[in-house]
Design a protein around this ligand. Sequence first.
Ligand code: XMP
Length: 556
Amino acid sequence: MADAASSTAGRRVRASDDVEVSTYLGIAKERSAPQVDRPVVTKVHDEAIVVVDFGSQYSRLIARRVRECHVYCEIIPHDAPLESLKHLTIKGVILSGGPASVYEADAPLIHPSILASGLPILGICYGMQALAHQLGGQVTPGAHREYGHAVLHQNTPDHPLFHGLPPSLPVWMSHGDHVATAPPGFRSLGYTENSPIAVMGNDKGVLGLQFHPEVVHTPAGKTIIENFLYKVCGCHGTWTPGNFIAENTQEVRQRVGDGRVLCALSGGVDSAVVATLVHKAVGDQLTCIFVNNGLLRREEPERVLKTFRARNDLNLAYVDATEEFLGNLRGVTDPEEKRKIIGRTFINVFEREAIRLGQVDFLAQGTLYPDVIESKTSESKASSKIKTHHNVGGLPEVMKLQLIEPLRYLFKDEVREVGIALGLPEEMVYRQPFPGPGLAIRIIGEVTAEKLEVLRAADWVVMDEIKAAGLYRQLWQSFAVLTDSRSVGVMGDFRTYGNVIAIRAVTSEDAMTADWARLPHDVLARISSRIVNEVPQVNRVVYDITSKPPGTIEWE
Ligand code: XMP
């Protein structure tokens, strides 16, 4: 998974659906080091959990589960000291699983600052084994690799970790090694058929779970995590959209002072939430720019303008740069080249507008937490990202703007909750992500005005039918792709030779991985028949059944 993701990291792995202006402007490149460690919004929240990443595919899932319990958390790499999180009031630490074995020479260790902190700790799988190993217990390779369902039997049913749960419960295991001897001061709190110490703990709130509470296959997992947060760490659950909005508007107001802020609106949920939040904080010191690049879906520019113009108090500049974008894309077929041209054109338009508007000090944009983790957890990924960005458009004057990224600690679903709490319309908040380069990366080959119209018409049908079937919100994305293939067909008594449209629909948690959606056949049938009937240039429809990895969500 990591390989497939990193190979595309530079240009595509983004969970947010907005055009990131600073990305195109090269700001992220210039300031990547301080931004990664020094949050733009300094005080995040008054109670937090730290998730230490030992390389598990589930680290992010753990963080999401903690947030779902209304407790703020951040993920750090295993070798980062706790002192690097001075902006947080840490209430406890969760150690993730990971692929290593503790007795390997270069096995990752728990940072001494964590062990010395006196904070409650919950080690999960490898995290538990590392605790055992470093605190004087013994970890050995298990006789049987335990993978899948197991039944956990509690030794101490009144332990706070198991509050409200029955003495035996189904859990999900995935490990080879196991804790053979608990460290001094620890006792076994639960066992399974193959793991005599499946749960261990001491009386200082240091606990280990051999199983994975974060996955849905452990039905009581959320309760166990919740018990750790509330009953062991003493959290109060103050991470709510309301508190987030209150804290962040205050923070933005303080930072901006009497400066002026610019925000690029794309019509996606991230930029809409950022604009609304910043507007709440600084009112008409904010100006939003909506650039129509001619690569948007049918009725999209009108819809965005209508939504934001309905708010009379928002300064909104609209630029129709369709001709400029399509002109620059003429004759271009290479996907990477298309992206770069779009990025460059975007900078030019944006820069012109910024200059026209006069003095601006800040740029607000919708970077999300998965983007931050992505650059934080892998230097190599970050550097490949930088290279692509550097190639996009040089380093213009606008770079002098300081960034405001109020969403850089949020997952997508949290952004949506904040959007609802801010009073944004549901149809905007629950929109599926749409890529910055727009329909250009869904048209294989050269992008032309005619092809855009064909794709818009087909895409409209997909959206219409997906919504009619009540599937829109269940899918991460669903859309049409105009392939460069043509095929022979027959309509009435006539031979046709038309375009092939591919339908793409995926489910995903954060776009890092995705599964092709098992759409009902009758929905696919309606989509196919309507497209072929309603879009004269198309005579064949195919369904993309590739997951990510190895495919990506977008075709280019
Ligand atoms: P891929 O195709 O890499 O896409 O699996 C992952 C997610 O990112 C979106 N995407 C983009 N979003 N600018 C964006 O704002 C981009 O250049 C871009 N490329 C891909 C894609 O729609 C999916 O949600």
